[in-house]
Design a protein around this ligand. Structure first.
Ligand code: AGP
Length: 652
């Protein structure tokens, strides 16, 4: 979604802004712009399309002498909501002596627009954002200074958003306010100025001490100091910074052609870092989450509900398979956008997990807020009966979900720049697997009937220590896979090149492979713009099989687990309809190989005889990611910033 950067200080303002906006490109945008405060005059540079277009405008029009007089500015990348992508609709928006950048939505924009027109102003854009500048101008014309004018204006708008504002009347000052959409701010050491942005990524180039602004709060950047205030009451307060644990090197491609490719290769490290962050406190105890928040409630839960969107939803689904099998605690996985608008039934001892790599996804966050509000309305004499708790699992410290959930567990994937989730997804699986193992060892014995139908996995749930040892080997195995020019990699590239022109794809799998099939289809859609569906293999014949012909490809995920035979039968049905079959299975599965038109063997080293089928998803994952990557590469799409997509979906 939209990205905001603002800077006030001695550095080259346009350089800080452009560099910062580049750091935010991953969020997705279709136009951009910057406003520089040159002495007491606002100068705007805005363009459609890539940020380079703004950069060219700035370079073409800024003689050295002029740049020297600029000491503050704000910049923006816009992901269109109200009004098409165009120069007029691009931010910053200037109204009189006020200029603003905005992220989010102003819901009551129509009434403000009418007010603006009635007051004799003509809106220059179709956006809701521009109207905020008008409100600030009106308040300043009534005699307020910039900060109270911004607070007063912010009290007049409805909707989740954040805004950063400058005025020619107070050059050098920036005011940022937040209600929903995130904002982070920092003071750069050695009088290097102050920087504000939509997230920490533009800031870590200068400092690792970052303040995350809470909803309801604002910050004034002026005279080299940050002043925090509550925009509802104008009360000032002190704040403690958060130390960012990753470095700005991780924001570069480091020799890879794309961030996505780099991030696929970083998955083993992301897994190790995530496992270690949990094990740090737990020592060698298998799966122990000692010191992690929300543990007691997880152990005692009647039910776990995982709330998520997109890839995170698929990770949640796999978490359900793992957790239910091992802990016997019922798990529901729900799309946040559906859950929040129906009337879900919640048992007294329910743990709701908000699973979100960004920690900012509007729908997931809204569910956490709604549940907390609901809990607060329960009569106090009922509260012991009603033990609902929310736990966030996110990759971003300081994110809204991490702060607003009752407890939070962190994945340690580091910053993910590619819009398509890869290492963040892998780290989510890692934490969910740790939770499943932890609950298996520590939950009360449950009186639940476990159906165990034919062909269903019947692993020995007692051998949890052994599973843990196998789990610890996964990052190493994955690393070996990813070595350049491996047979596995060549098979992926060969299959992708041969199937490039397929009319459409079905990814099918059963059991633990089913959520990965859905993730595979999503990856292909997102980055290669190819139609793909992820299906439970058993569902294909209930409708979609009608679509199969020689121009369609079915990607069959069939590692040697107890679902394999069933999946192979489904493969035969596909073949009989003339579709092309790409099989992904274990290297030694000659029978599966012989049934497929194309074949990607997953090489398990001889020493991994005991490798547990629970863990196959970790090996299928890089396979489907690289398959999609290769197709996108061949099609020439913008792999890291696919069209129409935003990394962090902060509007519903
Ligand atoms: C995944 O590749 C997508 N970018 C998208 O589906 C994403 O997983 C979804 O928007 C949820 O984001 P979150 O994990 O940050 O909540």
């Amino acid at each position: 979604m939209c990205g905001i950067v603002g800077y006030s200080g001695p550095k080259s303002v346009e350089e800080v802004l452009i560099r910062g906006l580049k750091r935010l490109e991953y969020r997705g945008y279709d136009s951009s712009g910057i406003a520089l405060m040159q002495n007491q005059e606002i100068v705007l540079f805005k363009a459609e399309g890539k940020l380079e277009n703004v950069e060219k405008l700035v370079k073409a029009s800024s003689p050295e002498s002029r740049l020297n007089s600029v000491r503050s500015g704000i910049g923006h990348t816009r992901w269109a909501t109200h009004g098409k992508p165009s120069v007029q609709n691009a931010h910053p928006h200037q109204t009189g002596h006020v200029v603003i950048v905005h992220n989010g939505i102003i819901e009551n924009y129509l009434e403000i627009r009418e007010q603006m027109i009635a007051d004799g102003f003509t809106p220059k854009s179709e956006t809701d954002s521009e109207l905020f500048g008008f409100l600030v101008l009106k308040e300043m014309n009534r005699g307020l200074r910039l900060r109270p004018a911004v607070s007063e204006s912010f009290r007049q708008v409805r909707g989740a958003c954040s805004v950063v504002v400058m005025s020619e009347k107070e050059p050098g000052t920036l005011i940022g306010v937040r209600n929903g959409s995130p904002l982070a701010v920092a003071k750069i050491e050695n009088n290097g100025g102050m920087i504000i942005a939509s997230d920490a990524q533009p800031i870590v180039d200068y400092t690792k001490e970052v303040y995350f602004i809470e909803s309801g709060d604002g910050v004034e950047l002026s005279g080299g100091e940050l002043t925090f205030f509550d925009w509802r009451t104008n009360r000032e307060f002190q704040k403690t910074p958060t130390k960012i644990e990753w470095s700005s090197d991780q924001l570069d491609k480091q020799g890879f052609d794309h961030f996505m490719l780099k991030e696929i290769h970083e998955q083993p490290t992301a897994m190790v870092d995530t496992i270690n962050s949990i094990r740090d406190k737990a020592g060698d105890l298998p799966f122990a989450l000692i010191g992690q928040p929300g543990l007691k409630e997880l152990q005692a839960a009647d039910e776990i509900i995982i709330i998520a969107c997109g890839s995170s939803y698929y990770a949640g689904l796999l978490g359900k398979y793992w957790i239910e099998r091992y802990s016997k605690i019922p798990v529901q996985v729900e799309l946040a956008s559906e859950f929040r608008y129906r009337s879900p039934l919640i048992r007294p001892k329910t743990v709701v997990i908000g699973l979100s790599q960004s920690g900012e996804t509007a729908d997931t966050l809204a569910v956490i807020r709604d549940l907390k509000a609901f809990k607060a309305t329960q009569p106090s004499n009922q509260s012991s009966l009603f033990n609902l708790i929310t736990i966030g699992i996110t990759n971003v410290r300081g994110s809204s979900i991490s702060r607003e959930a009752d407890a939070c567990l962190f994945t340690c994937a580091g910053p993910e720049i590619g819009v398509a989730a890869t290492k963040s997804f892998c780290s989510q699986l890692t934490v969910l697997f740790m939770i499943a193992g932890f609950l298996a060892r520590n939950s009360e014995t449950r009186k639940l009937m476990v159906l165990s139908g034919q062909g269903v996995e019947r692993e020995n749930t007692g051998a949890i220590e052994q599973v843990f040892q196998e789990f610890l080997k996964v990052p190493h195995l994955m690393k070996r896979f990813l070595e350049p020019d491996s047979l596995w990699l060549r098979a992926i590239e060969g299959a992708a090149d041969a199937l490039l022109l397929s009319k459409g794809f079905f990814f099918i799998g059963r059991g633990y492979s089913y959520p990965i099939a859905m993730e595979g289809a999503l990856k292909l859609k997102e980055i290669a713009y190819v139609h793909a569906e992820g299906y439970a293999a058993g569902e294909l014949k209930h409708g979609p099989i009608a679509m199969l012909d020689k121009d369609m490809t079915v990607v069959v995920l069939a590692p040697q687990d107890s679902w394999r035979e069933k999946t192979v039968s489904n493969l035969e049905e596909v073949k009989a309809r003339g579709a092309k079959v790409l099989g992904i299975g274990l290297e030694n599965d000659d029978r599966l190989k012989s049934l497929c038109d194309y074949w990607i063997p997953i090489p398990l080293p001889a020493t991994s005889g005991d490798f547990h089928s629970l863990l196959y998803p970790f090996l299928l994952l890089p396979t489907i990611q690289l398959f999609s990557y290769r197709i996108a590469l061949k099609k020439g799409t913008d792999v890291d910033k696919p069209r129409n997509l935003a990394k962090s979906v902060t509007v519903e």
